[in-house]
Write a protein that binds this ligand. Structure first.
Ligand code: FAD
Length: 391
């Protein structure tokens, strides 16, 4: 932005990884930024995520490319901010198939694309990943992805918000249910929970699983496959767990303080959404996850539950990100995606650049809202038959 042009004021709604990343990149790029969020930073999906950094399994070429850029940005961040290395780690990940399944095709797909993927026989598991119980691994072996890792977003999101503030942004927490202020088809600012109106030149909607309902209230439809989900945080475990595990019955990743975070598809399906919108997790699911996690870890440590984190897991209808302008409402931009842990830095960077420069990013071309318009279905990529992770 030139020093003579007026600074664009951008209001960002949502204090998760996507909102804070966008706010930080906008502020660094010279925009005047106000970030507003309902409660505390990272109180949504970003605070209860496995947050495995990956481009594992079968993906469209465009989506794989975006994810590889995403991982690249984390590596650069980690290099520039050595203090982040306690909560951004690239210690590798392992996955294996369930009974009656095989990951050979997935391995072939990953290798064919040049992804850092190694096939590990059971006998070699202890050497490659000493934190894994080899007896739990599928008979055919496992895939080890040395370049994958994890981010602990409750640590990272406040850092991004502080970065935004260091570049002049205003961050407003506890703003209540914020709405986009739309007048005559144009987003003119935001309306805070208490009715206060804040004017802005452009608005970014980054409210995670709440994006579809907020857009629906403005007459805009985004296909939505958001389920209720939960993760289980364990108490600290007396084992040096470094590998992110994606196994048939449980996913496991370490936290900086020695706790683990666990989830699984079968457990997610047991979450009950109550009439008041709250979520109940059955005790059997908690115990089941602890038991499954103990089985896949070396030495089968006894695990105990510290707390459950339940809520929406934002997922667009076709599973791929929806990023950029909302065509029906001038000045409104959206960010709605799964895998937001992996994609957080790159999507915030590219969207901020688009808003500041007014030039659409070619990298985001496949991820626009209008791909869902009638007749545009062919643009949505098809799977390959190899395993595609739900994370
Ligand atoms: C169980 C689980 C496992 C996952 N595993 C992985 C993984 O392994 N790898 C990966 O890359 N991703 C993973 N994800 C996805 C990733 O965590 C999310 O995509 C990401 O955290 C979404 O970030 P967000 O900023 O869009 O949304 P959120 O983190 O939900 O943030 C949205 C924010 O907006 C606020 N808000 C909502 N409505 C309003 C409103 N009306 N007004 C003001 N503020 C509002 C919320 O309070 C919240 O702070 C997982 C998610 C879940 C739930």
């Amino acid at each position: 932005m030139s020093s003579t042009s007026p600074r664009k004021h951008v209001a960002v709604i949502g204090g998760g990884i996507l909102g804070t990343s966008t706010a930080a990149h906008l502020a660094k790029g010279g925009a005047q930024v106000t970030l507003v969020t309902a409660g505390s930073l990272a109180d949504g999906a970003s605070g209860r995520s496995i947050a495995w950094l990956n481009s594992s399994g079968a993906r469209s070429a465009d989506y794989h490319y975006l994810r590889m850029l995403a991982i690249d940005r984390y590596r650069t961040w980690s290099n520039r901010h050595p203090e982040s290395r306690s909560y951004i780690r690239f210690d590798g990940a392992m996955k294996w198939a369930g009974p009656g399944e095989s990951f050979r095709e997935t391995y072939a797909f990953e290798r064919a694309g040049g992804y850092d993927s190694a096939w590990v026989e059971r006998a070699d598991v202890a050497r490659v990943a000493p934190d894994v119980n080899p007896d739990a691994v599928a008979e055919e072996g496992a895939i080890y992805n040395a370049g994958e890792g994890w981010v602990n977003m409750p640590d990272f999101v406040p850092v991004l918000a502080a970065e935004a503030e260091a570049h002049g942004a205003r961050v407003i927490q506890d703003a209540g249910e914020v709405r986009v202020d739309v007048q005559a088809g144009t987003a003119v600012g935001v309306i805070l929970g208490d009715g206060t109106r804040l004017a802005a030149d452009e608005v970014v909607l980054a409210t995670g699983g709440h994006v579809p309902a907020q857009l629906a209230a403005l007459g805009v439809t985004v296909p939505d496959a958001t389920p209720a989900a939960f993760v289980l945080f364990t108490d600290p475990v007396d084992l040096d767990v470094r590998t992110v595990l994606n196994t048939p019955r449980v996913a496991v990743r370490p936290l900086p303080d020695g706790r683990l975070v666990l989830d699984a598809d079968w457990a997610e399906q047991t979450v009950v959404t109550e009439a008041d919108g709250s979520f109940t997790v059955p005790q059997e699911s908690v115990e089941g996850l602890l038991s499954e996690a103990s089985k896949v870890l070396a030495g089968n440590p006894v695990l105990t539950a510290q707390r459950v984190g339940a809520g929406l897991k934002p997922i667009p209808g076709d599973g791929e990100p929806v990023v950029g302008p909302v065509p029906a409402i001038s000045g409104l931009h959206m960010l709605f995606t799964h895998s937001g842990a992996t994609l957080g830095l790159i999507l915030g960077e590219l969207l901020a650049e688009e808003i500041i420069s007014g030039t659409p990013s070619p990298v985001l071309k496949s991820f626009r809202l209008d791909r869902f318009d009638a007749g545009a279905e062919d643009a949505v990529s098809a799977g390959t038959g190899a395993w595609a992770p739900v994370l």
